[in-house]
Design a protein around this ligand. Structure first.
Ligand SMILES: [Zn+2]
Length: 153
């Protein structure tokens, strides 16, 4: 049985590079947000937009959109009557590790992080073991979408 140790990562730890749908051509594009000036870049049509510094940053982490431009995410799937989404490959892997692990541990070394960590904020349907098979199937589909994408971007 695999063990999953909550590394107390937050969704914000996955926002450096977010896969979205280009608002111009609907192909996969990237929101690059390593610095304070997030940028939406599309390799298909050349769309390139920089976030204005006074633009509101959405904290709507429960919705399948990027928090900087509010564009639709690329890695989204209907799952268990809900919406499963990931910002990027690392985020998807993290969810996969979590869902596939038999024993889920909360990292207790840092109590202040307790309610901020991504795992503690995961919706109940993702934590529900009865949904495990379906969620893992959907994650696998998203991994395929990702695999098809990477050589071209
Ligand atoms: Zn485009």
């Amino acid at each position: 049985m695999n063990r999953f140790e909550d590394q107390n990562l937050e969704l914000g730890d996955f926002t450096d590079k977010i896969l979205v749908l280009c608002p111009n051509c609907s192909n996969p594009a990237y929101v690059l947000a390593k610095d304070n000036q997030p940028r939406l870049v599309c390799h298909h049509c050349g769309y390139n937009r920089q976030r204005k510094s006074d633009d509101h940053i959405s904290q709507l982490y429960g919705v399948p959109q990027d928090p900087y431009f509010n564009e639709s995410l690329y890695l989204v799937s209907q799952c268990c009557g809900e919406i499963l989404f990931a910002y990027n490959a690392a985020h998807l892997q993290y969810l996969k590790d979590y869902v596939s692990s038999g024993l889920r541990e909360r990292n207790k070394t840092n109590p202040q992080m307790k309610n901020r960590s991504l795992i503690s904020r995961l919706p109940q349907w993702i934590k529900n073991r009865n949904n495990r098979t379906e969620i893992l199937n959907k994650i696998q589909q998203l991994e395929k979408r990702l695999a098809n994408l990477l050589p071209h971007s």
